[in-house]
Ligand binder design. Structure first.
Ligand SMILES: Cc1cc2nc3c(=O)[nH]c(=O)nc-3n(C[C@H](O)[C@H](O)[C@H](O)COP(=O)(O)OP(=O)(O)OC[C@H]3O[C@@H](n4cnc5c(N)ncnc54)[C@H](O)[C@@H]3O)c2cc1C
Length: 366
């Protein structure tokens, strides 16, 4: 909205329960062009490495770049940019409820009440801060949970031109499990231990797995941990209400985390751009998924079904897809940007005897 003069004379209130002054997350995503947050891209890679038991490769992803943005850089950029706008105000309060009223919407916080024409809501009003599960046939729900360390070494240990996108050589006992390694210099890397499963591990288990991976696969024993992060992202094909009256759901609360990968950052940017375009053109907000959105939601459902049934491991699925397709097609597919021909070529990479029954079951929601 700040980038569009249409909103210059609109009063915008941003409410968050806390001021963001820590680097609580790192976002990675891929793009072919300079993006909206190009100036704060912390590092970028043109080569991605993939490891599994029977397929290992280093893939050049041009025209894509895999980009990293640190949470703190984004928070500071937004905070600085908004500080010069008299029409944008921040309040640090806990939102307790959001209610539609005739012609307006009311937000109740722990301190005050506000009314506005629209509310863009990214809060899940649940105890665990995750979307409420909708118990319906055909809905699958996994969690992507991960712990990451930024480690620093005294000697050159990493290739800053190549990121490890997925390393499945770790134990798969607790579910689909892999590690990313994102080197930002020869001596610094973010190493992230990630699982797709139904429940979280004990905190110590992530730390032990990271330590083991760094020693065993990176062959690094002398390092200091500069930063730690932990996250949980819902992986689901369930439908999220996009809009309720004047309340527009955004971010993960608006269903913008891809069900089969957990990637959300670019989806959120695309949703934000679409909302801005709708508001400025006076169009009504889109409250239904497009045909393409529904198609990808269906694919996500099929993949989640296969993962939950255990009929094929996530390691094998991703290995087959990466092995048998050019990287551009895979990245477009993961971004929900492929057409039918590319979709069919991706589907041909995975075994029909597993995916066809799963697709039929998903279609008829057995
Ligand atoms: C550690 C981590 C790493 C991630 N890495 C990636 C990645 O590499 N690539 C990718 O695509 N996605 C990634 N994601 C997923 C996704 O992009 C992020 O979770 C993203 O921040 C989601 O944006 P959001 O706006 O939905 O939620 P958030 O960014 O979580 O924003 C929600 C906001 O609501 C505030 N809030 C919550 N409750 C209240 C309340 N009651 N009152 C007032 N304020 C409230 C919170 O303080 C927060 O600021 C990651 C997520 C995490 C947690």
């Amino acid at each position: 909205m700040m980038a569009d003069s249409f909103f210059e004379n609109k009063r915008i209130l941003v409410i968050d329960q806390s001021f963001k002054d820590t680097n609580d997350r790192t976002w990675c995503f891929w793009e072919t062009q300079p993006g909206f947050f190009e100036q704060i891209v912390h590092h970028r890679w043109e080569n991605l490495r993939f490891f599994s038991a029977d397929y290992t490769d280093t893939i050049r992803i041009q025209p894509y770049q895999y980009k990293m943005i640190r949470g703190i850089d984004l928070y500071e950029k937004v905070s600085r940019a908004t500080s010069t706008r008299s029409n944008i105000e921040w309040r640090f309060e806990k939102v307790m409820a959001i209610e539609n009223e005739p012609g307006k919407v009311r937000v109740r916080t722990d301190l005050f009440e506000y009314t506005g024409l629209y509310v863009f809501n990214s809060i899940h009003f649940t105890e665990n801060g995750l979307p409420a599960k909708i118990d319906k046939k055909g809905n699958h729900f996994l969690l992507q949970h991960f712990a990451g360390w930024v480690i620093e070494t005294d000697t050159d240990c990493f290739d800053p031109g190549t990121a490890t996108f997925m390393d499945f050589r770790v134990s798969q006992e607790a579910g689909t499990t892999f590690v990313y390694v994102l080197p930002t210099s020869a001596r610094t890397a973010l190493v992230e231990y990630t699982l797709f499963s139904e429940s979280l591990l004990a905190r110590e288990a992530y730390e032990a797995a990271l330590k083991d991976y760094i020693g065993r696969y990176l062959a690094v024993t002398d390092y200091t941990i500069q930063h730690r992060e932990f996250g949980v992202i819902p992986m689901t094909n369930q439908s999220f209400p996009l809009q309720n009256g004047r309340i527009i759901q955004i971010g993960i609360a608006g269903g913008q985390a891809k069900g089969s990968s957990g990637y959300a950052f670019r989806f959120i940017q695309k949703q934000a751009a679409a909302i801005v375009e709708n508001l400025r053109s006076g169009g009504s907000m889109r409250n239904r998924l497009s045909l393409a959105d529904r198609k990808f939601r269906f694919y996500d459902g099929v993949l989640l079904r296969v993962l939950q049934s255990g009929r094929m491991s996530g390691a094998d699925i991703f290995a087959r897809i990466f092995e048998k397709n050019p990287p551009g097609r895979v990245l477009r597919f993961l971004d929900n940007e492929t057409g039918w021909v590319d979709d069919l070529l991706i589907m041909r990479s995975v075994p029909t005897r597993i995916f066809l029954p799963a697709a039929l079951q998903q279609l008829f929601s057995w």
